[in-house]
Ligand binder design. Structure first.
Ligand code: MCN
Ligand code: CUM
Length: 817
C-alpha cells in the first residue's frame, strides 16, 4: 500500500535541521505509532478461542437464571401460578412481577425518562416481554421450570404501527401511566419553521418523498447476559455483564437499587459485538442482581438468540416524509421533514437527554441549505422497546438515509445529474465553521474532493455510457451515490448528557519503572480494537512502543469514569483523553529529563521517545530513562512515579465525511439485483490505524448492504415478531457480501488533539442509500420513486412490473387497520 513507507517520515521531525542520525528519533511506524497498520493485539486471544466472554466466567456456587416471556403482544395478566415450578428439584427461586413490586423493582427508569417493566405485573405489552424468571442449579432445570409456570392471559387488541397507535379509539397501551391519555410519547420540533415557510414560498419546484426505515436489530453474535455476585459479608456487588457503558450501569444500579456506589463493581469483559445492542439496561440484568442479593449466590443469566432478537433494543422503525424547496438552477432553498417513530411499549431510546428523536436533525449537514424544519412524533406500540441506535450515532442512520434518498429524488425532479446536484449544494471547503440548517456547527471537510475521488474510482462517465448501452439490450444497470457528514463523538458536555450525566470521557496512564505502561479508559471496546489503537496514541505521544502498552477497559473498580463506547465517541473523546494524559506524563518526564541531563527544562527538546539538550543533540535520555528515574532518581521535592489521568470534554462533535457509490444490475425477469461494484471514500481525519479503520468500514458497508437487501424485523397483525431467528432475520454471509474498494481523504479534525474523527458507524449510516439509490436508478424508467427497504426481489419485481412504489413493512402495511 506504500503507506508504511510514506508515514515513516512522521518520526523524523527534521524541521529543526537536526539530522535523523544524530537525534536518533524513533521511526513512529516501527514502534506502532500513529498511522501504523498494526495487527490487532486482541485477535491473538480471539482467534485462539481464548477470549473471555461473560458466559466463559464460572464462579463457585453459581446458579442459573432463565426468563419466561409472553407469547402475546398485548394482554392482561389474570393470574400466574408458579407452584409447579417451585416443586421442581434444583429450583432456588421463582420471581414474578408481584414479588419485584414488593421491593419496588417491578418497573425501572429508562434512558429517556420513561419507565419500563422489569417483570410484568398488570399487562404484557409486547411479545417476548419478561413475565417471570427462575433461578436454578443449572440452566436446563431453570428452562423446564419456566415452562411449568402457568400464566392466564386475557388478550387485548394489538397495535403494530403508528397509524394504528394514533387512530381514534385506539387501545391505550400505557394505562399504567397516570397522565397518559393516548399512545403518543412526544411531539417535538426543531429548526426554523417561519424561515422554512419563506423558502418554500420562493421555490420554483418542490420535491417530496415518503419512506419507511424498517425495524432492525443490531444482533451481535454474543447475546446479552450478566453474572451478579453479591457478597453479604463484604456488602460488595460485582456484576460481570455485556455492557458498552459500565460506568453508567454502576450509576444506574446505585441510584435505582439504592446501593452505595463504591460497593458496586461492574465488569464488562470481552464482548462479542455490541453495535448499540448493549447500551440499554435490560430486565435480565436487574433480575439477576436481585436474585443474587436474595440468594447470596452468584446468578448467571445468558440470553438465547431468540430472546435477544425479540426483546432487546431494536433500531429504526420510523416513517419519514419530507419536502425540498428547489430553485431551477439546482440550489436547495429549504427542507421540511416529519417523522413518526415507533418506540414499542416503553420509550427506552438511548440518546442524549435533550433530543427526543436523537440527532435526526443532523440531516442535510453537508449541504448548504438556508433553513430547515423538523417535526417528530413518537408513539407507543405493542412491540419490544426500540430506538436504540444500531451502529448509528442516535438516529443519524435514518437521517442520512432520508437525506440521500431525498437528494436523489430532487435531482431527478430537476432533471439534474446526481453528482452535479450534490456538488452544487455542498458546503464549500472554505466555508467552515459552518452552521447547519438545524443548528449544528460543522468544522472541517473536503466534500467535493471526496465525491471526485469516488466518481473517478467508479469511472462515473464511463458507467453512464455503459448503462445506456445496456439499456438498448434490455439490461438494467444503475448507480447510486450517498454522500454525508455525520456527528460522531458526543459530547461536549454543554449540550450532551444522559440522564443528567455530562458526556465526556477519560484515560489513565501509568508508566512503570522499566518504561512499560498500562492505560485505562472510560470507553469499552466491543470489537473495535481499542487495545491496539489506544496504545498507538501513547506510542505517538511518548515514543513508548505500542507493544509495551497494555490497554484495559471495562472494570469500574479500575477504569476512570467514562460514558462508554457508542456513537463512535471513543476516538473523539476517550482517544483524545489518551493523547492528553500522555502529554501530561510527557510534561513530567521532561522535568525528569532536565534533572538527568543537568540542564534547565527550557533547554530540553523533545523528539519521538527522547529528550535531548538543544545545544548538544547527542546528549539525550529516552522516555524509558525518565521512567526509571521517576522511581529511582527523582529531583528533590518531586513526587515519585510517572502516571496521570485526563478527563476530556470535547469542544465539539467530530464530523467525518463519506462518499459511497454502488453500481448494480437488476434482473427484470425476477427483481433480483446484484451489486457490481462498491466504492467507499472515507474522511475520518487522521487515521490511528488504517487497517482497523478499513475493517470498520467494511463491516459497516456489510451491515448497510444487509439493511438495503434483506434485513428487517416485522410483525403480523397480532404482534407476532417475524424475525426471531436467523432463518427469518437474515445476515449476509461471505457468499452474498459484495467486494469493497476503499479510498481515503484526510481532513484533520481541528479540535481533536491528534486530528482524528470517529469512523465506527459511517458506512452503516451512509451505505444503505447508495444501494437503494442504485436499484431505483436502474428502474428509473418505470417511474417508481420509492421502494422501502429491504429491497427484496419480490418488491423490486412488483415495483418494476406494476410501475408503482412499494412502501411500508410487510406483511402489515401502514394503512392496514
Ligand atoms: N480509529 C482509527 N482512526 C480514526 C478513527 C478510529 O484508527 N480516525 C479506530 C479506533 O481507534 C477504534 C476504531 O477505529 O479502534 C473505531 O473507533 P471509533 O470510530 O472511535 O468508534 P468506537 O471505538 O467508539 O466504536 C463504536 C462504534 C459503534 S457506536 C458501533 S455501534 C460499532 C462500531 O463502533 N460496533 C462495533 N464498530 C464495531 N465493530 C465491531 N467489531 N464490533 C462492534 O460491536
Ligand atoms: Cu449507535 S450503536 Mo453504537 O452507538 O453503539
Amino acid at each position: 500500500m506504500g503507506r508504511e513507507e510514506d508515514a515513516g517520515t512522521v518520526g523524523e521531525l527534521s524541521q529543526t535541521g537536526v539530522s535523523k542520525v544524530t537525534t536518533q528519533a524513533r521511526d513512529e511506524i516501527k514502534i506502532g505509532g500513529l498511522g501504523a497498520s498494526r495487527k490487532r493485539v486482541e485477535d491473538n486471544r480471539f482467534i485462539r478461542g481464548k477470549g473471555n466472554y461473560v458466559d466463559d466466567i464460572v464462579l463457585p456456587g453459581m446458579l442459573h437464571m432463565e426468563i419466561l416471556r409472553s407469547p402475546l403482544a398485548h394482554a392482561r395478566i389474570v393470574s400466574i401460578d408458579t407452584s409447579k415450578a417451585w416443586a421442581i428439584p434444583g429450583v432456588r427461586l421463582v420471581l414474578t412481577g408481584e414479588m419485584m413490586a414488593t421491593r419496588n423493582l417491578a418497573w425501572m427508569p429508562t434512558l429517556s425518562y420513561d419507565t419500563q417493566a422489569v417483570l410484568a405485573t398488570d399487562k404484557v405489552r409486547f411479545q417476548g416481554q419478561e413475565v417471570a424468571c427462575v433461578i436454578a442449579d443449572d440452566p436446563y432445570i431453570a428452562k423446564d421450570a419456566c415452562e411449568a409456570i402457568v400464566v392466564e392471559y386475557e388478550a387485548l387488541p394489538v397495535i403494530v404501527n403508528p397509524t394504528q397507535a394514533m387512530a381514534e379509539g385506539a387501545p391505550l397501551i400505557r394505562d399504567d401511566k397516570e397522565n397518559q391519555q393516548d399512545n403518543v410519547i412526544f411531539d417535538w420540533e426543531v429548526g426554523d419553521r417561519d424561515g422554512t415557510e419563506r423558502a418554500f414560498a420562493q421555490a420554483d419546484l418542490v420535491s417530496t418523498l415518503e419512506l419507511h426505515y424498517p425495524r432492525s436489530h443490531p444482533s451481535p453474535m454474543e447475546c446479552c447476559g450478566s453474572i451478579a455476585d453479591f457478597n453479604r459479608s463484604t456488602s460488595k456487588l460485582t456484576v460481570y455483564m455485556t455492557t458498552q457503558a459500565p460506568h453508567i450501569i454502576r450509576a444506574a444500579v446505585a441510584l435505582v437499587a439504592e446501593l452505595p456506589e463504591h460497593m458496586i463493581r461492574i465488569v464488562s469483559p470481552d464482548l462479542g459485538g455490541g453495535f448499540g445492542n448493549k447500551v440499554p439496561v435490560y430486565p435480565g440484568y436487574v433480575m439477576s442482581i436481585l436474585a443474587s442479593i436474595l440468594l447470596e449466590r452468584p446468578v448467571k443469566w445468558i440470553e438465547d438468540k431468540t430472546g435477544n432478537l425479540i426483546s432487546t433494543g431494536f433500531a429504526r422503525d420510523i416513517y419519514l416524509r419530507g419536502e425540498m424547496a428547489l430553485r431551477k438552477d439546482g440550489k436547495i432553498l429549504g427542507v421540511r421533514m416529519h417523522t413518526d417513530s415507533d418506540h414499542g411499549a416503553f420509550f427506552s431510546d438511548a440518546q442524549p437527554s435533550k433530543f427526543k428523536i436523537g440527532l435526526m436533525h443532523s440531516a442535510f449537514s453537508c449541504y448548504d441549505i438556508p433553513s430547515a424544519h423538523l417535526t417528530a412524533r413518537g408513539v407507543y406500540t405493542n412491540k419490544a422497546p426500540g430506538g436504540v441506535a444500531y451502529r448509528c450515532s442516535f438516529r443519524v442512520t435514518e437521517a442520512m438515509f432520508f437525506q440521500e434518498r431525498m437528494v436523489q429524488a430532487a435531482a431527478d425532479d430537476l432533471g439534474l445529474d446526481q453528482a452535479e446536484f450534490r456538488r452544487r449544494n455542498f458546503v464549500r471547503d472554505d466555508d467552515f465553521p459552518h452552521r447547519t440548517p438545524f443548528g449544528f456547527l460543522t468544522d472541517s471537510g473536503q466534500y467535493g474532493k471526496c465525491l471526485d475521488v469516488g466518481l473517478q474510482a467508479i469511472g462515473y462517465e464511463d458507467f453512464l455510457k455503459q448503462k445506456e448501452e445496456a439499456k438498448q439490450r434490455g439490461r438494467l444497470l444503475g448507480i447510486g451515490i450517498s454522500t454525508m457528514t455525520e456527528p460522531l463523538g458526543a459530547g461536549n458536555s454543554r449540550e450532551y448528557d444522559i440522564l443528567g450525566i455530562k458526556m465526556f470521557d477519560s484515560a489513565e496512564l501509568r508508566v512503570h519503572m522499566t518504561g512499560k505502561a498500562i492505560l485505562r479508559t472510560g470507553a469499552k471496546t466491543q470489537g473495535q480494537g481499542h487495545e491496539t489503537t489506544w496504545a498507538q496514541i501513547v506510542a505517538h505521544e511518548l515514543g513508548i512502543p505500542a507493544e509495551d502498552v497494555v490497554v484495559e477497559e471495562g472494570d469500574t473498580d479500575t477504569a476512570p469514569f467514562g460514558m462508554g463506547t457508542y456513537a463512535s465517541r471513543s476516538t473523539p473523546v476517550a482517544g483524545a483523553a489518551v493523547a492528553m494524559v500522555s502529554r501530561k506524563v510527557r510534561a513530567k518526564a521532561r522535568k525528569l529529563a532536565a534533572h538527568l541531563l543537568e540542564v534547565s527544562e527550557e533547554d530540553i527538546e523533545w523528539e519521538l521517545g527522547r529528550f535531548y539538550v538543544r545545544s548538544a543533540p547527542d546528549n539525550g535520555v529516552t522516555i524509558q530513562d525518565c521512567a526509571f528515574a521517576a522511581y529511582s532518581n527523582m529531583p528533590d521535592g518531586m513526587e515519585p512515579g510517572l502516571e496521570n489521568v485526563a478527563y476530556y470534554d470535547p469542544p465539539n462533535l467530530t464530523w467525518p465525511f463519506a462518499c459511497y457509490i454502488a453500481t448494480v444490475e437488476v434482473d427484470p425477469q425476477t427483481g433480483v439485483w446484484d451489486v457490481l461494484r462498491v466504492v467507499a471514500v472515507d474522511d475520518c481525519g487522521v487515521r490511528i490505524n488504517p487497517m482497523v479503520v478499513e475493517g470498520q468500514i467494511m463491516g459497516g458497508l456489510t451491515e448497510a448492504y444487509a439493511m438495503a437487501s434483506m434485513q428487517f424485523i416485522t410483525f403480523d397483525a397480532q404482534g407476532n415478531c417475524i424475525g426471531s431467528n436467523y432463518m427469518d432475520y437474515l445476515l449476509p454471509t461471505a457468499w452474498e457480501t459484495p467486494g469493497y474498494e476503499l479510498h481515503e481523504v484526510v481532513t484533520p479534525c481541528p479540535h481533536h488533539p491528534i486530528g482524528a474523527k470517529g469512523i465506527g458507524e459511517c458506512a452503516t449510516v451512509g451505505g444503505p442509500a447508495a444501494f437503494v439509490n442504485a436499484v431505483l436508478d436502474a428502474i428509473k424508467d418505470s417511474g417508481v420513486r420509492n421502494i422501502d427497504m429491504p429491497l427484496l426481489p419480490d418488491r423490486v419485481y412488483e415495483a418494476l412490473t406494476q410501475r408503482h412504489d412499494v412502501s411500508g413493512a410487510p406483511p402489515v402495511k401502514m394503512d392496514d387497520q
